[in-house]
Each structure stands twice: as C-alpha cells, then as structure tokens.
Design a protein around this ligand. Structure first.
Ligand code: SF4
Length: 250
C-alpha cells in the first residue's frame, strides 16, 4: 500500500469516528494548559488531573505562581514524576510569562521554548490546542503508533516523526491528528501488546500486516516449539542431576 493511501485511510477513519478528539488534560485557560502540559511529561494525564485543581486554586494567575517558590509548588505536585524539577520549571515559566510575555501565553513555537520546562513537544501542544496552529506534538504514543501504522518510515527521533507527519497529513488535520494518535496509543495500540484483535485499523496497518503474514506466523510457531523443546530438555537434565546427587549421597 502506498504511504499516501495509508494516510488517506487514517484520516478518513478518524475524521468519521473521532471528529471531536481533544486532550484529556483538564484546564480552563492557556496558562493552566501550559502548567498541565509541563507537568504531564513522563506522567499520566490522570495523575495530572488529580493534582491540578488544588494547584490552580492556589495559583490562579502567572503573577501568583511567579511570586511563589519551588518548595511551595512542590507540595502541590509531589505525586507527579520529577516533582523537584517540575516545581522549578513552573516558577521559572511563570516569571518569564510575566516579565517577558506580559501574561500572554505566546503562540510562536520558538518563543514558547524560551520558558523552562517547555520543549518542542509542549510548545507544539500549546500552539495547536490553544491557537489552532498547524503543528503536531510528538510524544511517546504518537511516535509509536505512527511508526506501527506505517505513517512514518525510518523515523528514529520525535523530530523526524513530526516532519513526516507534517509532510503527509492535510494541514487542517495536524492539530487533531495528535489527539487521534495519542488516544489510539493510550487505549488500543498500547506499548507492550497492541490490542490488534479489537483495532479497526488492521486492514491498513503496516505492523499488523508484518506480524500476521504466513512467514511471520511460521516463525512465531517455530519459536514456541523451540521453547517447549528447551523446557523439556531442561526438565530431563534436572531429573538426571537430581538422581545422580541421590546416588552419590548413598
Ligand atoms: S493493528 Fe495493532 S499495531 Fe496496528 S494500529 Fe492497530 S493495535 Fe496498533
């Protein structure tokens, strides 16, 4: 199947079935989304949604967060991953937001990255979710799922994946495609054992095709048979050595 066709099937399926996909992070303003996305690095959205209500209540504005200390912020986010660093990032981000950007979360990817804790992925999320910019953030789910489906080829870094997705996806779908890939990766195309048996994308998924062709299945069966044989061999060797031990004791 041609790459373009695969992209067409991907966009067709999700446009019809998930036309309103959005982030699962809870937020009420661009400032709150920025906080939530910084916190979400290497952590689950569920966990972030548990800590942000109290955090947002204590720090309703960038000024209040900028006037705080990482030590105080830490007490609100201690249960997320890397709380020390993230507390420092949040206070640093708020200071720049107040001093440099006059409380306005910037829309430009480069400007966004001037704030601590904001890498390219976070900047792309803000640009696409808040400003509807044609940008796509590549996180671990997007990286994995795009590769498995075959939307990307030999893309070994998040930036390479981003470039290929930007090249092939229709511009107006870039922002929402980020959510399609994340949600699909979170609930169906999970990291360890993708749930291909319930996945609606099997008919154009490269990974599925590769892992369900006859030669692949033959390899899997051969591997299983080899393991069974090895286990039997080990069992009989164990029995022999047990018997020898018994005899030497006598
Ligand atoms: S078929 Fe399997 S590998 Fe392909 S997208 Fe679906 S779950 Fe992922």
């Amino acid at each position: 199947m041609l790459k373009q066709e695969r992209y067409r099937h991907f966009v067709d399926y999700f446009s019809k079935n998930q036309p309103d996909a959005v982030t699962e992070l809870h937020y009420g303003s661009p400032f709150q989304l920025l906080i939530a996305v910084i916190l979400s690095a290497q952590c689950t959205d569920k966990r972030i949604n548990q800590v942000t209500p109290a955090l947002f209540e204590r720090f309703p504005t960038a000024e209040s967060l900028a006037a705080s200390t990482p030590e105080e912020v830490f007490t609100y986010i201690r249960s997320v991953s890397y709380p020390n660093n993230k507390a420092k990032h949040l206070v640093g981000m708020a200071k720049i937001l107040v001093d440099v950007f006059h409380n306005e979360v910037p829309s430009d990817i480069d400007e966004l990255q001037k704030m601590p804790g904001v890498g390219r992925k976070t900047a792309n999320v803000i640009a696409s979710v808040v400003y509807d910019a044609p940008a796509i953030a590549v996180d671990t789910h997007v990286f994995r799922v795009a590769n498995r489906i075959g939307l990307t080829t030999n893309a070994r870094t998040p930036l390479a994946v981003e470039k290929q997705l930007v090249e092939y996806l229709p511009q107006e779908t870039l922002a929402i495609a980020h959510h399609w890939l994340i949600l699909h990766g979170r609930y169906i195309c999970v990291a360890r054992s993708p749930k291909c048996d319930i996945c609606p994308l099997t008919w154009f998924c490269k990974y599925y095709y590769r892992t369900h062709t006859e030669s692949y299945l033959q390899k899997v069966e051969a591997e299983k048979a080899r393991k069974v044989k090895d286990q039997k061999k080990k069992k009989s060797l164990d029995a022999i050595s047990k018997e020898l031990k018994k005899r030497s004791v006598k």
